[in-house]
Design a protein around this ligand. Structure first.
Ligand SMILES: [Zn+2]
Length: 79
């Protein structure tokens, strides 16, 4: 079995080392005719390039990895 690792590369400097950050924000929402205060916690994972400090959202990283995997599939199974 071949185990291959896919790397997400920074599109600015081609670095593959990232640190994981958390973008934590709380959005408050007032509800009419109620004492209730509803709040949504939005925690987004952010990855920052250790070289050029460019940040990527988790979605961007996942999309980038998908492209890499699809490219690899194409080269592994020529039709
Ligand atoms: Zn970078």
């Amino acid at each position: 079995m071949n185990i291959s690792k896919e790397y997400f590369l920074c599109d600015k400097c081609n670095n593959k080392n990232f640190i994981k950050l958390r973008n934590f924000s709380v959005q408050f929402r007032n509800v009419n005719f109620s004492d209730e205060l509803i709040y949504d916690e939005v925690i987004e994972e952010i990855y920052q390039c250790t070289h050029c400090k460019k940040t990527f959202t988790k979605k961007q990283v996942e999309a980038g990895l998908k492209v890499l995997i699809n490219e690899k599939k194409k080269t592994l199974s020529p039709s």
